[in-house]
Design a binder for this molecule. Structure first.
Ligand SMILES: Nc1nc2c(ncn2[C@@H]2O[C@H](COP(=O)(O)OP(=O)(O)OP(=O)(O)O)[C@@H](O)[C@H]2O)c(=O)[nH]1
Ligand SMILES: [Mg+2]
Length: 369
């Protein structure tokens, strides 16, 4: 799957740069590109100059300073309303024919990204009717959750993006940070690396890879698109496979090894389940996708089947798609997507807290679309 990633504001721009690094990795490890182009849009020139260093695959677009000093997301929305058409005109539309989807990225708590993302999503949707428009929304850290403006911006951003994009990947900054910081306090760079990683196997496995990497059931772009709708969580996990060193006493391809490898696939799946980008219950997901990656020498049909069966159980027989891919070494990795999630505690909590903070939220929400 080839993406055009558009990051808005600081958080969005940093993640847009991280997707460029992910693309370089896909290119060097698998010989495919997963990115058509990354754009970073921001009013902050210093921040744009920093992300620019990632290379030519990222283009920067500077916004003028907002009219108001308020940090409410309405200000970011106004700025995008005034500049959105110019921004789209600046983009290299000629490249969009090979684009499978737009992926817009922003932090929900700030002003520029939080307010601008829904406006730009709507504009892209109207202009490119056949291309899905997806969003990544990064929710605030726990320490930011008692700042009224951040809560208000988050609720407004969520209400608006829900109406203007096809699917929204939610990332709980706090959850990802605590998982990234098992050893030491994780900064934004580590968190951002964790956040883009789940897209790695998914995007390259659905590209035109060398046939040696193809598994028994491949997932294509169409299957990914069909699996994505509304509130979405994504998770990624891995487990090291037993080393296949030569031993006189070791069976190399007997049933015992196959059993052991399936156990490793399930271990990678458990890790993916515990690393979902936001706390959710799989039984609340109407759609789901799984992708198992293993080296071809370790592959067996039972592994993929076991992951798929477990996914169907957990989603209570939701609409599950999946497949496998042989583009890894030494590891089993599992990517999971839970989509069309009907209930998320975090979202309910932001809506409730914001409406007690600002009774006019309901009135304002239509303005950001
Ligand atoms: N994961 C991650 N979160 C970030 C990053 N930068 C900022 N954030 C989070 O994003 C939110 C703030 O959004 P920003 O992107 O800084 O705001 P903005 O869109 O630039 O708008 P302004 O408020 O005008 O600066 C907070 O919740 C931060 O914790 C980043 O690089 N990675
Ligand atoms: Mg900023």
């Amino acid at each position: 799957m080839k993406l055009v990633v558009i990051g808005i504001g600081d958080c969005g721009s940093n993640l847009a740069a991280e997707f460029v690094r992910l693309n370089s990795r896909a290119k060097s490890e698998t010989g495919v590109e997963i990115l058509v182009r990354s754009y970073a849009i921001n009013d902050d020139l210093a921040s744009l100059n920093t992300v620019k260093k990632v290379g030519d695959k990222l283009l920067t677009i500077q916004l003028p300073a907002p009219d108001s000093s308020s940090k409410a997301s309405e200000v970011g929305a106004d700025l995008m309303r005034a500049n959105g058409d110019r921004i789209i005109a600046t983009m290299r539309a000629g490249e969009f024919f090979e684009t499978d989807a737009f992926l817009l990225v922003a932090g929900s708590a700030g002003c520029i990204g939080s307010g601008g993302i829904s406006i730009l999503a709507r504009k892209l949707h109207d202009r490119y009717v056949n291309k899905p428009v997806y969003a990544i929304i990064v929710l605030p850290l726990a320490s930011e959750n008692n700042v009224p403006m951040f809560v208000y911006n988050t609720a407004l951003c969520l209400k608006s993006i829900d109406k203007t994009s096809d699917a929204i990947f939610l990332f709980d900054n706090e959850k990802v940070r605590s998982e990234a910081s098992v050893k030491s306090a994780a900064g934004n760079d580590e968190i951002n690396r964790e956040m883009v990683l789940p897209f790695f196997d998914l995007c390259r496995a659905s590209e035109k890879v060398d046939p040696k990497y193809l598994g028994t059931s491949n997932i294509g772009v169409g299957e990914i698109v069909q699996s994505l709708n509304g509130w979405t969580a994504i998770g990624y996990g891995s487990a090291q496979l037993p080393s296949g060193g030569f031993s006189l006493f070791k069976k190399t391809d007997g049933f015992e090894n196959k059993g052991e490898e399936t156990v490793k696939a399930m271990e990678a799946m458990s890790s993916a389940l515990s690393h979902f980008s936001i706390e959710c219950k799989l039984e609340d997901a109407r759609k789901a996708l799984y992708l198992l990656c293993v080296p071809s020498k370790n592959a067996n049909i039972g592994m993929t089947r076991a992951v798929g069966n477990r996914m169907r159980e957990l989603t209570n027989n939701g609409e599950v798609r999946g497949g496998d891919f042989y583009g890894v070494k030494d590891y089993a990795t599992v990517t999971l997507i839970a989509s069309r999630i009907t209930y998320l505690e975090k979202i309910k909590d932001y809506y409730e807290r914001a409406s007690s903070l600002a009774p006019e939220l309901k009135k304002n929400e239509t303005q950001l679309t």
